[in-house]
Design a protein around this ligand. Structure first.
Ligand code: NAD
Length: 269
């Protein structure tokens, strides 16, 4: 399903975050790659392995401001970025300028931020996978949504996503991708975010974000018609669904031709 390429030097930005730590754990467990560097804006100088609870690796967390110098010194092939949109807008172009391929998992980009990242990737002839969700299940979910939208085009469509109370962006990148998949299938739809006060429904896709506790990530798409409804739902039980996919994507992008790819390319959809 996913072809890997051996012996990649892989670095991680957001190394001390929820996703970064788990990605480091997955890299360490993978015989075909090694952790070359770890970047964050906190815990600088601490051991990245200790921070990820995988034992000391003798790789200190580097200041993200030194990213170019450290990527060059460590012969990094691929950078995996799960940080926050303004950080990725600085770190991804810096890596691309060093000839480093990219896995971008960060969500919440504005169109302008995304354009800056895309331009840097294309200008520097590197390969990058950019996906709001690296789980295999969610990417199958997108395909099912396309099929459902084709068959249920007259139905009212609502997207409800739920995440933990620390998530910064809303709605989730995955909810927005689900909306885009459906909208493209139906030839363009307006989006309405939540409803408040007088808010009669029209032909829009309604999008709703729930935040609470430690919910890893739920996405439900509701197709409601006269006398019936279908709910298509994906639930992530743990962040391993994303971290495992991101590290497999890193093995894939190591040997890829320059360009911008999605999980569809990696999964062969
Ligand atoms: N694509 C996917 O499959 C997927 C899955 C889960 C989360 N995400 C996204 O990944 C991102 C991170 O999620 P998280 O839960 O790990 O967040 P988090 O807040 O736990 O971790 C983010 C880390 O990035 C660090 N950081 C901030 N600015 C930085 C900079 N300039 N350079 C380097 N590091 C910097 C922070 O200090 C923190 O350690 C979010 O955008 C989230 O939506 C994507």
């Amino acid at each position: 399903m996913i072809d890997g390429n051996a012996n990649a030097n892989v670095a991680v930005t957001g190394a001390c975050g929820r996703m970064g730590g788990l990605i480091i754990e997955n890299i360490v467990r993978n015989d075909d790659m090694r952790l070359s560097a770890a970047f964050d804006i906190t815990n600088i100088g601490k051991d990245a392995g200790d921070m990820a609870h995988v034992g000391t690796l003798d790789i200190a967390v580097s200041d993200a401001n030194d990213i170019k110098e450290v990527l060059a010194r460590t012969n990094t092939d691929v950078l995996i970025d799960f940080t926050i949109a303004p950080a990725t807008v600085a770190n991804a172009p810096a890596a691309a300028e060093c000839g480093v391929n990219l896995i971008i998992g960060t969500t919440g980009f504005t169109e302008q931020q995304r354009a800056v990242i895309d331009e840097a990737i294309l200008k520097n002839n590197v390969a990058a996978v950019i996906s709001p969700n690296y789980s295999v299940g969610v990417n199958v979910f997108f395909r099912i949504l396309k099929e459902a939208a084709r068959s249920l085009s007259g139905y009212d469509i609502e997207i409800i996503e739920a995440h933990h109370n620390q998530k910064k962006d809303a709605p989730s990148g995955t909810a927005m991708k689900a909306a885009d998949v459906i909208s493209e299938t139906l030839g363009g739809k307006e989006y309405v975010y939540g409803r408040n006060g007088l808010a009669p429904r029209d032909k829009e896709i309604g999008i709703h974000a729930v935040r609470g506790g430690d919910i890893v990530g739920d996405h439900t798409v509701l197709f409601a018609g006269d006398g019936e409804r279908i709910e298509i739902k994906h639930q992530a039980h743990s962040r391993q669904a994303f971290a495992g996919g991101a590290v497999k994507a890193a093995a894939w992008v190591y040997g890829a031709e320059p360009g911008i790819y999605t999980m569809d390319d990696i999964l062969g959809f």
